[in-house]
Design a protein around this ligand. Sequence first.
Ligand SMILES: Cc1ncc(COP(=O)(O)O)c(C=O)c1O
Length: 388
Amino acid sequence: MDDLLIWRKEFPTLESTVHMISHSLGAMPRRTYESLREYADTWTTRGIRAWEEGWWEMPVKLGDLIGGIIGAAPGEVVMQQNVSTCVATVLSCFEWSGLRKKIVSEAFNFPSNLYQCHALERVGARVVTVPSDDGIGVPLERMLVAIDGETRLVFVSHVLFRSSFVQDLVTITRRAHEMGAMVLADIYQSAGSVPIDVHALGVDFATGGSVKWLCGGPGAGYLYVRRDLWRKLEPRFTGWMAHKRPFAFEAGAMDYADDAYRFLNGTPAIPALYAARSGYEIIAEIGVDRIREKSLRQTARLIELAEGAGFRINSPRSPTQRGGTVVIDVPDGAEVTKELLRRNFLVDYRPGAGIRVAPHFYSTDEELELTIREIQTILRKKSVAPVS
Ligand SMILES: Cc1ncc(COP(=O)(O)O)c(C=O)c1O
């Protein structure tokens, strides 16, 4: 008996598609229709008054729902538009010259994260990216050695987007702090799928978005900053929402708010925040531990089915090192993916990795079998033999 399947009726898209793409776009909850209607009604009926009746506080109030999922306390998470703006906020808190100017990351960090790091080389930063040997994981020892006394920031993904490899954030964070460096964790591919507790880990910053496992749609990224650091950090990427007295409209230099508002910038993406809410509520109601338990079982089954079909797996086999996605390497993976989409099997493809397949709490075991069978059928039609 799979108790979580009761949630299927809350996700209308599951009636017409085999949704195996929650690492990229989670299914839309039925309740999101109502939330977006509420946004439109509020705009229409309350007009400008909506700001003081809730909109202004929404980036922090909604952040509290995320906080409940990732182990942060109320008031410690703020909503921005996406991970890229959250990363820009964090990176703009530091100087990138002098002795501590090194950023340590993994070569498989999400590319846009690395684009921002490399852009800082123009102002003095040194970026060191730790490579993977097998195209799946990042050797922990190599990561730890890269973190030294010149390191300002360790910018790591909790779960790698291309292989679903889970990094050891406990050990990485410990090493970073021993060396006097801070840790920014990209938890986009874990939050809502793999349990994470930012307080227990002691990471300094964590960021992610809502598009994937949290079923919240685009436009709602979040940023957690360790509370005891707030007063010490003054992001250069900022805006009037971060001001202590935003409605005084004071000219001149910034006077940062004392609380987490100091990590905001301009007008928030209010409709996206309405859209994101129901996904968070559902994930919180189910609990990430239960989601993880099911995910481990289903990803193991997917690996078994894919290997049985003769496909190569580009994700970790060890359950403790595997996130919620299984990456399956088949010949002409990009083309096979296009055909799968045409047949209403929702997956995606990453060059050099393979077809990314991800069940979530609403997936049935039968859908795992159907997905592998469909790949086989497509390949058979193309008369291309699978590689092992
Ligand atoms: C791990 C990870 N980080 C960051 C991003 C990009 O986030 P955003 O588009 O919100 O900047 C993605 C998107 O796929 C991702 O998978």
